[in-house]
Design a protein. Structure first.
Length: 156
């Protein structure tokens, strides 16, 4: 974890500040759009590269492996199971399961796993997709990842 101000400043290089401003302007009224702006603001930053490099190292055994699941099959499971609750979460929020599973595309294996993990964390913690729910989830995951999205949300 980055703990001193100089280290944090060096990680902030490359942040798209106009996207970050858009994130703050849109997050409350449109959480999903706000999150997309935060992700775009962070995409080319030193911080993003630092986090992704650390996560790639930690998950090196999974490199190139895409998570594949069938939401229709998971939806048949009882809602009190992780698979059933995950499917319900995706379906009830109108998420396109294809966005999470792209067989044959192993180039963004870590991003895909992080997206799936984010929504699994929603299910595990009970935090919904509202701004308050996203803030709660950010606090839960910030300690694990230390990424910009969670840092900004936890400090808002």
């Amino acid at each position: 974890m980055v703990s001193n101000p100089r280290a944090i400043a060096s990680k902030a290089q490359g942040i798209n500040w106009s996207e970050l401003l858009l994130a703050y302007k849109t997050f409350k009224d449109n959480t999903a759009t706000g999150i997309l702006h935060i992700l775009e603001a962070d995409r080319h930053s030193c911080w993003h590269r630092w986090v992704m490099k650390r996560l790639e190292f930690q998950a090196a055994d999974l490199e190139g492996k895409i998570v594949v699941f069938n939401v229709s099959e998971l939806a048949k499971l009882p809602r009190h199971t992780l698979g059933g609750a995950f499917a319900y979460h995706l379906i009830s929020n109108g998420f396109d399961p294809e966005a999470f599973t792209t067989p044959g595309s192993s180039s963004n294996w870590l991003g895909q796993r992080l997206s799936v993990a984010h929504d699994v964390h929603h299910v595990m913690t009970g935090f919904d997709g509202t701004p308050v729910g996203e803030f709660g989830l950010a606090a839960f995951t910030f300690v694990q990842w230390g990424n910009m999205l969670n840092a900004l949300m936890a400090n808002s």
